[in-house]
Design a protein around this ligand. Structure first.
Ligand SMILES: Cc1cc2nc3c(=O)[nH]c(=O)nc-3n(C[C@H](O)[C@H](O)[C@H](O)COP(=O)(O)OP(=O)(O)OC[C@H]3O[C@@H](n4cnc5c(N)ncnc54)[C@H](O)[C@@H]3O)c2cc1C
Length: 283
C-alpha cells in the first residue's frame, strides 16, 4: 500500500483548509482531496472577521495558498466513494488513497433527484447506492441516472449484477459504447408501489430499478454507502468531537448543517482537527 496519511480531508473550502492547517501544525500528515468548487465561488463576503470586503474566490484561493505555504499536500480530483472497512480507503477518479482518519468537509449536501413521481419511489425501485442494492437486481432491467465519474463508478458496480443497464444522462451529451445511452431529459418516473417506468418527453422505458448517481458524490451518497447517520435535513450527524457514527470518519462545516457561514466552517475545521489529533493518539 502507498502512503498512509494521518487524515484525508475531503474538501478545500473553509472547513477543510482550516482543519488541514491545524493538523499540519500539530505535526500530523494531512492530505486534502478536492474537486475544487466551493460554496464560496461567486460570492462576496463582507461579514468575515478581518476583511471589510473580499470575493469568495479570493478568500478560497488565500486558504489554498496558506495551506500550500505550510507544505500541505492538495490533490485535485473527485472522490467517488469511501470504504472505512478497507484501511480507511478514499476512492477517487484518479486512484485510491488511505488514511488513519477521514474528515468530510464537502459542503452542503443536496438531494439531487427532483423529478415528478420520484419522491414516493425511493427505496421502491429507485436506489441511491449501487453497492447497497445492486445485488437485489441480479439479471434485471436497470437504469442509471447521471453522466459523470460518480455515475461511471456506480455503473461499474451494477454491471457485475446485470448486463441490461441503460444510462440516462438527463440532457447531457454522454457516450459509452458498452451500454445503452438515452440522453433525453427525464420528466417523470411512474409506478404504484414499485417503480415501473421512466419517461422522457418522447419515450417511456420500462425498468425494474433506477439508480441515481447525478453530479459528484456528496455526503448523502457517502452516507448511503457506508451507513453514516444523517438528520432529517440530510446533514451529517456528528458527536461533540465532530466524529460521525462511523469510527474514524469526522465531518465539519456546512456538511453538518447549523449556521452555514464561513466563520462557523473555519471554527468547525479547527475543532475537528483538535479532536482528530486526540483520536489519533489512541487509535
Ligand atoms: C451564494 C452564497 C453566498 C454566501 N454568502 C456568504 C457570506 O456572505 N458570508 C458567509 O460567511 N458565508 C456565505 N456563504 C456560505 C459559505 O460559502 C459556506 O458556509 C462555506 O463555504 C462552507 O464551507 P465548507 O468548507 O463547509 O464547504 P464548501 O466551501 O462548500 O467546500 C466544499 C468543498 O468540498 C469539495 N467537494 C465536495 N464534494 C467532493 C467530492 N465528491 N470530491 C472531492 N471534493 C469534493 C468541494 O470541491 C469544495 O472544495 C454563502 C454561500 C452561498 C452559496
Amino acid at each position: 500500500m502507498s502512503n498512509i496519511y494521518d487524515t484525508i480531508i475531503v474538501g478545500s473550502g473553509p472547513a477543510g483548509i482550516s482543519a488541514a492547517i491545524y493538523l499540519k501544525r500539530y505535526n500530523l500528515n494531512p492530505l486534502v482531496i478536492s474537486s475544487g468548487k466551493s460554496a464560496l465561488s461567486n460570492t462576496l463576503i463582507e461579514n468575515y472577521y478581518g476583511f471589510e470586503s473580499i470575493s469568495g474566490e479570493d478568500l478560497y484561493n488565500n486558504g489554498i495558498k496558506q495551506a500550500q505555504h505550510l507544505g500541505i499536500e492538495i490533490v485535485t480530483t473527485e472522490v467517488v466513494g469511501l470504504d472505512p472497512y478497507d484501511d480507511m480507503k478514499v476512492i477517487t477518479t484518479s486512484g485510491d488513497y488511505h488514511a488513519r482518519s477521514v474528515l468530510l468537509a464537502t459542503g452542503k449536501a443536496r438531494n439531487k433527484l427532483n423529478v415528478k413521481g420520484s419522491k414516493d419511489l425511493i427505496g421502491k425501485g429507485i436506489s441511491m447506492c449501487a453497492t447497497c442494492d445492486g445485488f437485489f437486481y441480479r439479471g434485471k432491467k436497470l437504469g442509471i441516472l447521471g453522466s459523470g465519474s460518480f455515475m461511471e463508478s456506480e455503473l461499474e458496480v451494477l454491471l457485475r449484477f446485470t448486463k441490461d443497464v441503460t444510462v440516462f444522462s438527463n440532457g447531457v451529451d454522454y457516450k459509452n459504447p458498452n451500454v445503452n445511452v438515452v440522453t433525453d431529459e427525464i420528466i417523470e418516473v411512474t409506478g404504484e408501489d414499485h417503480l415501473e417506468s421512466i419517461k422522457t418527453k418522447n419515450e417511456e422505458f420500462k425498468l425494474d430499478g433506477l439508480f441515481v448517481a447525478l453530479g459528484s458524490a456528496n455526503a448523502l451518497d457517502f452516507a448511503n454507502h457506508i451507513g453514516m447517520e444523517l438528520d432529517k435535513n440530510n446533514n451529517v450527524v456528528v458527536d461533540a468531537s465532530f466524529m460521525t457514527n462511523v469510527k474514524g470518519i469526522f465531518a465539519a462545516g456546512d456538511v453538518i448543517g447549523g449556521f452555514m457561514q464561513v466563520s462557523k466552517s473555519v471554527s468547525d475545521g479547527a475543532q475537528a482537527a483538535l479532536a482528530i489529533k486526540n483520536y489519533l493518539k489512541n487509535n
